[in-house]
Design a protein around this ligand. Structure first.
Ligand code: GRF
Length: 208
């Protein structure tokens, strides 16, 4: 059983996709141990509670400085001792000590086709604003392992989504969520839980 902790910051639609996949048997061998949010008002925490999952708030705003938050956050994660950490719309930088302690055991969903539209400042709706500004015809989502960089870890999976005439950032975000994020993230978790992928150097390879 893969003990999993999911980190969230907002609406929690990606968390919901994971919970639905668990209920429907599209994810097996996974136990969600807890959901951690930096935002006490996150709807994602309500989604966790409705599913009987412990919600924990860890906000940098409650600490005198980032280093003390990083220490406390990493300590809490070590206490939970997950096999996998899933960043599902989590907007806080993962502490370097956590990345080191959970090497190749932290995954993230990014709402674009890495290496496009990613890195510092590219998160949530801002990503889709930049996609529309640039005028690209195809965007999508990426699931990747988290390393010490920003959106630079080994890519697990990607799915392309068409940009359509008249798209607003909100319309495009919804399409990328529905057609890519909510499909890729549960599938990646199930693949990891069932030993179908592994990291080889800086790439992800299939084990099947
Ligand atoms: C989504 O666009 C996700 O790709 C990004 O954060 C946004 C909110 O996700 N990482 P959620 O509804 O909180 O899962």
């Amino acid at each position: 059983m893969l003990r999993t902790v999911v980190c969230v910051s907002g609406g929690g639609t990606n968390l919901q996709a994971i919970l639905d996949a668990l209920d429907q048997g599209r994810i097996t061998n996974v136990e969600i141990r807890a959901v951690i949010s930096n935002n006490p008002g996150a709807k994602a925490l309500e989604r966790a509670a409705s599913h009987g999952i412990e919600g924990i708030v860890m906000s940098p705003k409650r600490y005198p400085d980032r280093e003390s938050f990083n220490e406390e956050f990493t300590g809490k994660m070590c206490e939970l001792d997950p096999d996998l950490i899933v960043l599902a719309g989590f907007l806080v930088r993962i502490p370097p000590q956590m990345v080191a302690r959970f090497a190749n055991r932290i995954i993230n969903i990014h709402p674009a086709l890495i290496p496009s539209f990613c890195g510092v400042g590219y998160y949530g709706l801002k990503v889709h604003e930049k996609v529309l500004e640039r005028g690209v015809k195809v965007t999508g989502a990426t699931v990747h392992f988290v390393n010490e960089g920003m959106d630079e870890g080994p890519v697990i999976s990607q799915k392309a989504v068409c940009v359509e005439e008249g798209d607003t950032p909100e319309i495009l975000q919804r399409r990328v969520m529905e057609q890519a994020e909510w499909i890729l993230l549960p599938r990646a978790i199930d693949d990891i839980a069932n030993g179908r992928i592994r990291v080889e150097g800086d790439r992800v390879v299939s084990c099947t």
